[in-house]
Design a protein around this ligand. Structure first.
Ligand SMILES: Cc1cc2nc3c(=O)[nH]c(=O)nc-3n(C[C@H](O)[C@H](O)[C@H](O)COP(=O)(O)O)c2cc1C
Length: 166
């Protein structure tokens, strides 16, 4: 069990959660679901509309629960669905909330066909003092058969080099 690993993610329809769970099976650590204080509507169309407005304005919603501190974590896996080409607003809230200087950030994203778009740029802007690794990008249905790509990605980013170095 790697005590210095946090896997934090936001998921509206479950894909990013599934991917987070696969990553968790490989690296262990603490799994944390980012949830906005006010949940998004259950209607897809309404959520798409609300998300467009929020992203246009750079709105960062209040979150339902917070980690007291991210201090113990050296490696933070951060997961988001692609929303309008960027990260979902609750993920932007989460990344803005803590001092992530010097942390290793491993982003993982799911999307509906758009791919990476501006998601990595957004993460880098939100944590400019972190070491942001190459992201894992998975098409929505792909999350259910993601073991091979997760395992290959973890090797590619050589995540083990950061294990055990607080
Ligand atoms: C509000 C909203 C906006 C979205 N915008 C995009 C987009 O711009 N590009 C894209 O490829 N997929 C887009 N999608 C699809 C999601 O990124 C995709 O279904 C993702 O896997 C959902 O993850 P989740 O199940 O963890 O919420 C959007 C979905 C929602 C709900």
């Amino acid at each position: 069990m790697e005590q210095n690993i946090l896997i934090a993610y936001y998921s509206w329809s479950g894909n990013t959660r599934s991917l987070a769970e696969v990553i968790h099976r490989f690296v262990k650590g603490v799994l944390f679901e980012i949830e906005p204080q006010t949940p998004y509507p259950s209607s897809y169309d309404e959520t798409v509309k609300q998300a467009r407005e929020e992203i246009r304005k750079g709105f960062k919603p209040a979150l339902k629960s917070k980690l007291e501190t991210v201090e113990p974590y050296k490696i933070i896996f951060i997961g988001s669905p692609n929303w309008w080409g960027t990260v979902a607003p609750p993920v932007a809230s989460f990344l803005s909330m803590y001092d992530l200087s010097g942390k290793v950030i491993a982003p993982f994203f799911t999307h509906g066909g758009g791919g990476l778009q501006r998601m990595l740029t957004a993460v880098k802007q939100l944590c400019p003092k972190s070491i942001v690794l190459e992201p894992l990008v998975v098409y929505e249905e792909g999350v259910h058969t993601a073991e091979t790509s997760v395992s290959a990605w973890l090797k590619r980013i050589n995540i083990e080099r950061y294990f055990g170095n607080p």
